[in-house]
Design a protein around this ligand. Sequence first.
Ligand code: SF4
Length: 226
Amino acid sequence: MSLAQLDLLSLYECTRCPRLVHYLAQLPPKSGRNRADYWNHPVSGFGDLAARVWLVGLAPGAHGANRTGRPFTGDGAGDFMYPLIYQAGFSNQAVACDSDDGLILHDLYISNAVKCVPPDNKPTSAEFNTCRSYLKQEWQQLSQVKVILALGRDAFMSVLRLLKEVGLVERIADYPFKHNEAYRLPNGQYLLASYHTSRYNVQTRRITPQLFHAVLAQAKEIFDRP
Ligand code: SF4
């Protein structure tokens, strides 16, 4: 894969969540595909290593990121999101269908709070907590980040717990999840909340192109601030 990725210690071989390891080992492929077509490992983030915006999703989709090996690639959430990312000037193309499709992110890094695909898209609290060590490595290595854009309440909470762990947040209750709300952190970074771009949220119009565009516009407006 020709992706710019952070070097996260032992991520590819990580087996610290037994339930997820078991799920990965037996996950049936989508009809018409073989297991050999699937990445079936923890999925690293990717993008601009000097990004000012870090987008954090929930976890790889079973037949999206878990198949292609790249976050939000190959499923409905990405099909909705990547054209809007392109329109907002954060990438070189609207198409994001596979890990070798030529997509390059500008000023944006994308990863997930949990790196392995969970059953029913629902990691347990223990899995969020265990995988947060990788989230922490990303936060430490993405030194230019000004905006942490968390997609969905669960990713938002995992980021908040990380920020509490590193001493930037005192009381989690002071940061309620609200779509397009941006919280300034003591270190000058911002935590920005968005509804997730899941197929369900798109179908129910909880998230629309206009709503997500507004989030991306706010991210840009924040890092343009002096
Ligand atoms: S979810 Fe994270 S901590 Fe758990 S096995 Fe996968 S990479 Fe390791």
